[in-house]
Design a protein around this ligand. Structure first.
Ligand code: ADP
Ligand code: MG
Length: 453
């Protein structure tokens, strides 16, 4: 084919996932003149219509996707939605030598114990933690990572990957604290003395899920077995992490990285339900907040991104700021924040085109910060989720009082009295923009009953 024909050929992008959260990426890629090849299950594939080519393949079938994507010779692969989609994008970018993050980031940014180990190895504050799996005896969980559990109950101890930079994702998983393949359950049983010297309460989570699925705070040892059982049942690998509870206000930090250099775009205050489950019930971004926290959290966030080898693309880092001012990491992800933070709140409050930046980085171009600030971009913006009928009434009332402050709303059909047990089972949301006092009022409206049934 001659060069003139080649140069006229459209560049191709592979996009993983097609639900409503991916739609902005597919549309932005099309606006850039890219030919979009979208891979996802057909069910819920809202972005299918907007795609040039749609492939009904599950986002976890990475080898199959690679075999279909390789002949296209794409210029980029990207996603903005989920950790799972991110793992496949990481696999594709490494196999096809496209701009992206190194292979180990796929594990470090999605496996909570491996992430904690990487943070600790980087000298970042990390609470004590242990990893458990179901034991051979029903109801008796065993500690499977780190192998030397006895040492962890004294001074916080790190069992770091020996040389995380050089090992592949799979190798790292094994290197990061013992063999945790299914069927291999030869760790220590879960007895109270394992936690000698720990600060209670503890928090129990599946090692590899998101959206607060299977998260429980436990205040004494008797609450631990059911909390572990819940986390095992939600976890893809059947493992749960138990860690000390960090007190403090919670924030998330949206970033963009290019060739290993990071920029922090926005800090978002997180509102969650109370113990035991900590489900996100709202988020707030405001200039005052940003000013107060941006410089304070930035060094910790950047060190966390380096620890996870995040070099290219969006990132979402969650922190708690303890009452003594110490910034403590909850987790970090190699993607933009969900819950409409990356897609809506960041552009609303900064005027920046965050999705466009993700595209830039995926194409190997420096992210563009030149987007002209939107009208009202210095105003605060927030999202409030609906947990039940009473909640919906309150949110609608607030929206009716100031319709010009409503950016968009989306309420799920279904029984409003089914209590949400994680982010995915909330009943909808409303995004507001306006002055901070008004938004804080909306976000702190009494949330009637958020307990889990
Ligand atoms: N060690 C901890 N200390 C205090 N709160 C925590 C801790 N771990 C998790 N949480 C709370 O639980 C929520 C969900 O935990 P997280 O690790 O972010 O899991 P997910 O991947 O489901 O978002 C956090 O946003 C936070 O409110
Ligand atoms: Mg989280």
């Amino acid at each position: 084919m001659d060069v003139a024909v080649l140069s006229r050929e459209k560049k191709k992008i592979v996009i993983i996932g097609a639900n409503e959260f991916q739609l902005p990426l597919v549309e932005a890629a099309a606006r850039r003149g890219l030919e979009t090849h979208v891979f996802a299950w057909e069910e819920g594939a809202v972005a299918r219509e907007a795609a040039d080519f749609f492939y009904p393949v599950s986002i976890v079938e990475k080898e199959k996707i690679l075999s279909l994507a390789a002949p296209l010779r794409p210029a980029a692969a990207a996603t903005i939605g989920s950790d799972l989609a991110g793992i496949t994008v990481n696999y594709l970018t490494n196999r096809l030598s496209l701009p992206g993050n190194p292979p180990e980031t796929a594990v470090l940014a999605t496996d909570k114990p491996a992430m904690r180990e990487a943070f600790r190895a980087a000298g970042l504050y990390t609470p004590r933690f242990l990893t458990f799996a179901r034991g051979k005896t029903p109801g008796e969980p065993v500690c499977v990572r780190p192998q030397d559990a006895a040492r962890v109950s004294g001074e916080p101890v790190c069992v770091p990957p020996q040389d995380a930079a050089r090992v592949s994702g799979e190798a790292l998983r094994t290197a990061s604290g013992g063999d945790c393949r299914p069927g291999r359950r030869d760790g220590r049983s879960c007895h109270p003395e394992i936690f000698d010297g720990w600060q209670w309460p503890l928090i129990v989570k599946p090692v590899d899920r998101s959206g607060s699925r299977g998260v429980t705070r436990v205040d004494d040892f008797r609450q631990l077995p059911p909390a572990l059982e819940l986390a095992f049942s939600c976890s893809f690998s059947g493992e749960a992490i138990v860690e000390e509870f960090i007190e403090g206000e919670e924030f998330s930090c949206e970033g963009i990285s290019f060739e290993g250099r990071h920029r922090l775009l926005q800090v978002t205050k997180k509102y969650t339900t109370e113990a035991p489950s900590y489900i996100e019930r709202g988020h707030l971004e405001s200039a005052a907040l940003t000013e107060k926290y941006l410089e304070m959290v930035k060094p910790t966030v950047f060190r966390a991104l380096d620890a996870l080898h995040i070099r290219n693309g969006a990132s979402h880092t969650e922190v708690r700021v303890r009452p003594d001012g110490e910034v403590c990491l909850i987790e970090a992800a190699a993607r933009m924040g969900g819950d409409c933070i990356g897609s809506d709140l960041v552009p609303l409050t900064t005027g920046l085109d965050y999705v466009g930046m993700v595209l830039d980085a995926a194409l190997g171009l420096p992210p563009s910060f030149s987007a002209s600030p939107r009208e009202g971009a210095r105003e605060a913006a927030g999202i409030r989720f609906v947990f039940n009928g009473e909640d919906l009434r309150r949110v609608e009332e607030a929206a009716k009082k100031r319709p010009s402050g409503v950016v968009r709303q989306c309420f799920q059909a279904g029984n409003l009295e089914n209590r949400p047990k994680d982010s995915a089972t909330r009943h909808g949301f409303c995004i507001f923009q306006g002055d901070e006092t008004w938004l804080r009022e909306i976000l702190t409206l009494p949330a009637s009953d958020h307990r889990i049934g």
